[in-house]
Design a protein around this ligand. Structure first.
Ligand code: ADP
Length: 737
């Protein structure tokens, strides 16, 4: 039997609890003995009751909590060999032979050192008689899995680290709030965000929050008179009608000579040169606070589970590794390699080799920087005389998806910046039929970044019969060269139908690019659709509250979530809230399922269980409705528990888009516009859907959509997240008896 220890160390990060829960439960599930090491390395050095066995129920009800329930600390002693010697002795007293360490690059550097020194430390302890020879021989090495807990997203080994998505939530909440007051008073705000050596939060915060300027450590202003440039841009912005001005500063920002650019200095520059009242908001620890986002909970859960599985599989003296995600896939990287790359960026910045620092940050970081820089502009570049000016129609279609506005904003700005004429179609397909189209200029999308809903208007109406003729006329009259369809199944289906009608209506012979935007996350060619993350967060927040309301009673909740025939929202919200049962359309519901569920509930509650949580997708089964299931459970539960149903409804589509959805909308649209331009230039009328698949952006020919989809159920034939079902189920089981 393996004995593993789990600890959280260094700066805390939201999602650490989900990782701890997953490690503990996955460990127990795999017949391991699991120890919590409290207060990070300090607990390891101090030993005693700082290292204790931890059980299934000890990690119940912690998914929604920020911080870390097993404590974190900075520990100076662990930096010294003497401290590490004590730590090894304490681990060996419990015969711990594997560790999951959740922390930032500091903590993981410590982990690497512990691994490297382990044999010599064990030797030293044996020689000094502090451990038996037998113990020394049976623990020749330690196995270590690292999970990067860092809000800064400053480490290699994972596209995103535990905590950074939640930190972005806090940044965006603050930026949105500040934007509205800044707009009312025409003030300038300087917002300082965390990130000593990494500009990720500032850059993504600026992108998602629609800021007007950003300072990041990796890319200092490349001129010495940046103050003049910045102030000129802000002045022109005011002239063009910008009401709110927001400058985002990463705490580690410098100029190109390495001298700090502080938020205080930026404020002084703006105030003195522009004569405008300027305020600073330092977000500080707010960024570490609050409930973890749905994304951080699920990411950390998956990484925790994967860490244990990898440790379980390890037999010999394996090098430490970090678990991370690349795209949607769990990845495993040697820890030394991840640390080396992380240090290389820091070194490049120390050497003032900023080009190298940017190169090391990778493609998507660089792309984001370029996009943000374009978005800062007050006006687009003037159209170039030797470049064709295209007329591009932008349409929203399908159910509302938060982030649609961000996608339209990106399309309008990036399109007009390239000299194109961007045409906004009102109210989806009916707008195309009736020719309700208006030209959109740079400022027409000002303030759209944070807005939920769809400013253009969207609905589920599909074209039929004589509509095709009307649409062809609209396309002809407005001389439309290409269409950017930002929407859900209705949008995709409409494009397919227009393609089918091309023989009859040659005007439809223009390229169209579909950008996946639906909370249902049910589109082929995209693993994640714009809007799904916001909906997931809306569900998770609501379920957190529903759970809290039940503290004083013995109760089962049956919560119904949207998703049409796609169980994504149901499964992912179940994973993020610890729901024990998920009913999806993919799996269906049978009477024997329900009988088994009733039995399990009765057993659980008769053994002292206090809360039951089941999540049902709206279309899981026509007959076994949420009301039916609730009534069945209520009847069978007798005096043991009562049952409440909660149909979440449209709150799931509402609210401001999450940072993830804003960023996804920006990236997909930026690539979508590029592809559309290429197609128009090449006189190619093919239609594509863009999406992120396995970590990269890909285009799927719309002709392949029917083959890739279950057209009746309106969802992709293959859904990647279906593989996550066992983990969600295993971790939410009641404690084994
Ligand atoms: P983070 O893990 O968030 O980067 P720190 O850099 O403060 O936070 O590291 C947390 C703890 O990890 C430190 O207090 C120390 O105990 C340990 N640690 C950090 N760097 C090293 C190192 N180079 N060698 C040994 N231990 C280290």
């Amino acid at each position: 039997m393996k004995r593993i220890g789990v600890l959280t160390s260094g700066g805390d990060a939201q999602g650490m609890n989900a990782a701890v829960r997953a490690v503990v439960r996955m460990g127990l599930e795999n017949d391991m003995e699991v120890f919590a090491i409290y207060e990070g390395y300090q607990g390891m050095v101090d030993g005693g009751d700082q290292i204790r066995p931890i059980g299934w129920n000890d990690v119940g009800g912690i998914l929604h909590q920020g911080g870390t329930v097993i404590g974190s600390a900075r520990c100076a002693e662990f930096r010294e060999r003497a401290g590490r010697l004590k730590a090894v002795r304490n681990l060996l007293m419990h015969h711990i032979d594997a560790l999951v360490i959740i922390g930032g690059d500091g903590s993981l550097s410590g982990a690497q050192l512990l691994y490297d020194e382990w044999p010599s430390l064990v030797d030293e302890l044996a020689q000094a008689g502090k451990i038996s020879q037998e113990t020394a021989v049976s623990h020749p090495h330690i196995q270590i899995a690292g999970i990067i807990g860092s809000i800064d997203n400053d480490m290699f080994g994972s596209d995103v680290t535990t905590g950074s998505d939640t930190a972005l939530h806090r940044i965006i909440e603050a930026t949105d709030a500040i934007s509205s007051t800044a707009a009312s008073h025409q003030r300038i705000f300087v917002i300082e965000v965390m990130g000593r050596r990494c500009g990720y939060l500032a850059l993504m915060g600026a992108m998602a929050g629609g800021a007007d300027w950003v300072f990041i450590p990796e890319n200092p202003p490349n001129v010495d008179n940046w103050e003049d440039k910045m102030c000129e841009l802000m002045r022109l912005g005011r002239e063009a009608g910008r009401r709110d001005i927001i400058v985002m500063v990463a705490e580690g920002a410098t100029d190109q000579h390495g001298a700090p650019i502080t938020s205080e200095y930026v404020k002084q520059v703006l105030e003195t040169r522009l004569g405008e009242e300027t305020r600073i908001t330092v977000l500080g620890h707010v960024q570490r606070g609050g409930a973890p986002s749905a994304f951080d909970r699920n990411l950390s859960t998956l990484l925790g589970a994967a860490a244990v599985e990898n440790l379980q599989a390890a037999t010999g003296p394996e090098k430490p590794f970090v678990m991370g995600i690349q795209g949607n896939k769990i990845s495993r990287t040697p820890l030394d390699e991840a640390l080396e790359k992380t240090r290389a960026v820091a070194q490049a910045m120390r050497d003032e080799s900023y080009e190298e620092a940017m190169r090391l940050r990778g493609k998507s970081f660089n792309e984001s920087f370029e996009i943000v820089r374009t978005m800062f502009r007050v006006l687009p570049h003037p159209p170039s005389p030797d470049r064709r000016r295209m007329r591009i129609a932008v349409v929203n279609a399908g159910g509302l998806a938060p982030g649609m506005n961000m996608a339209v904003r990106t399309a309008v700005r990036l399109g007009t910046d390239k000299g194109h004429i961007m045409l906004g179609v009102q109210n989806g397909i009916p707008g195309l039929i009736k020719g309700e189209i208006r030209e959109m200029d740079w400022m027409s999308v000002s303030g759209w970044a944070s807005r939920g809903g769809s400013e253009l208007g969207t609905n589920r109406i599909l074209p039929e019969g004589s509509d095709f003729y009307a649409i062809a006329r609209t396309l002809e009259e407005h001389k439309i060269d290409g269409v950017l369809m930002i929407g859900g199944w209705t949008g995709y289906d409409s494009v397919l139908k227009l393609m089918e009608n091309r023989h009859t209506f040659p005007a439809n012979n223009i390229p169209m690019v579909c950008i996946p935007a639906t909370i249902n996350n049910n589109l082929p060619g995209a693993e994640l659709c714009i809007g799904a993350d916001t909906a997931l967060n809306n569900i998770v927040e609501a379920v957190d509250k529903i759970k809290q309301s039940a503290v004083a009673s013995r109760r089962v909740f049956v919560v119904e979530v949207m998703g049409r025939n796609c169980g994504y929202l149901a499964l992912m919200s179940a994973m993020a809230t610890g729901a024990e049962r998920v009913y999806t359309n993919e799996e269906g519901i049978t009477s024997s399922n329900l009988i088994a569920d009733v039995k399990e509930l009765v057993t659980g509650f008769s053994r002292g269980k206090r809360l039951g949580l089941m999540i049902r997708n709206e279309n899981a089964n026509k007959v076994y409705t949420t009301t039916f299931i609730s009534a069945l459970f209520e009847e069978e539960g007798g005096d043991l528990f009562d049952v409440r149903e909660a149909i979440l409804g449209h709150l799931q589509q509402g609210g401001d888009p999450s940072p993830f959805d804003r960023i996804l909308a920006t990236r997909l649209t930026s690539h979508g516009i590029k592809r559309l331009e290429e197609l128009i230039d090449a006189g190619d009328a093919s239609c594509y859907a863009i999406g992120q698949i396995g970590g990269s952006l890909q285009f799927t020919n719309m002709e392949d959509v029917p083959r890739l989809s279950d057209m009746e159920k309106k969802r992709p034939k293959k859904q990647w997240w279906m593989d996550l079902r066992p983990i969600a189920r295993d971790l939410a089981k009641p404690a084994p008896h």
